[in-house]
Design a protein around this ligand. Structure first.
Ligand SMILES: C[S@@+](CC[C@H](N)C(=O)[O-])C[C@H]1O[C@@H](n2cnc3c(N)ncnc32)[C@H](O)[C@@H]1O
Length: 206
């Protein structure tokens, strides 16, 4: 069942504005205001000076509350979601109209090559609750170790990530390429640490 929810922004004294969202009552990806988007929208509001005048892209925006708040405080906003979910993109357009906000709406499917994204030049990229189904997803990155002080291990533990592969970058380079490079370069594959997530959820720890 469709409903319109209203979300208020301001300080304790006075509401500055509200945003109305057309959403489904049942939890439906892209057509429901997920709690993460309420948190992110509030963050955008509280950091409005940082957003004003900047290009902002929201990924997996769904009902797009954070992006709409960014537009309200003066960002040039592009709202994106899965290009195959036409009903979600249509709802985004409707919600922009309802709130009298001019945002670009773009189908942008993660992992699918799309040249149009290169014209967006975002200063800020927003994503609320877009890391919910990371089964098997892996982040492969190379890292130039310029200082022993920049260790990321504690961040990985904090965010429930684990390194599943760590290679000396030179070990995989053919000798002619290796001869032309210098430095300490590592390649890491990083994934969600399912064990840590299970432990955290079963112990109720935060
Ligand atoms: C849990 S919902 C979060 C929606 C919104 N950001 C919120 O917090 O209310 C996940 C969103 O990711 C979008 N999504 C899922 N797979 C996607 C893909 N492959 N490419 C782009 N968007 C995707 C869904 O359509 C949905 O809008």
């Amino acid at each position: 069942m469709k409903t319109i929810s209203r979300h208020f922004f301001g300080d304790s004294e006075k509401t500055a504005f509200s945003i109305s969202i057309v959403e489904n009552m049942k939890e439906d990806y892209g057509l429901f205001v997920w709690p993460c988007s309420i948190v992110l929208a509030e963050y955008v509001w509280q950091h409005k000076l940082r957003f004003s005048g900047n290009n902002v892209v929201e990924l997996g925006a769904g009902t797009c509350l954070p992006g709409l708040v960014a537009a309200k405080v003066g960002s040039n906003v592009t709202l994106t979601d899965d290009a195959n979910r036409l009903e979600v993109l249509e709802n985004m357009r409707g919600v922009c109209e309802l709130n009298n906000l001019k945002c670009e709406v773009l189908g942008l499917t993660w992992g699918v090559w799309d040249a149009s994204i290169f014209s967006l030049h975002p200063k800020i990229i927003l994503g609320a609750d877009v890391l919910y189904d990371a089964q098997g997803s892996v982040f492969i990155t190379t890292y130039h170790n310029r200082s022993g002080h920049h260790l990321i291990e504690f961040l990985m533990v904090k965010w429930g990530l684990k390194c599943v592969k760590l290679l000396d970058g030179f070990s995989l380079l053919p000798s002619d390429k290796a001869a032309r490079l210098s430095g300490n370069i590592q390649l890491a594959e990083i994934m969600l640490n399912d064990e840590q997530i299970e432990e955290t959820s079963s112990s109720g720890a935060r």
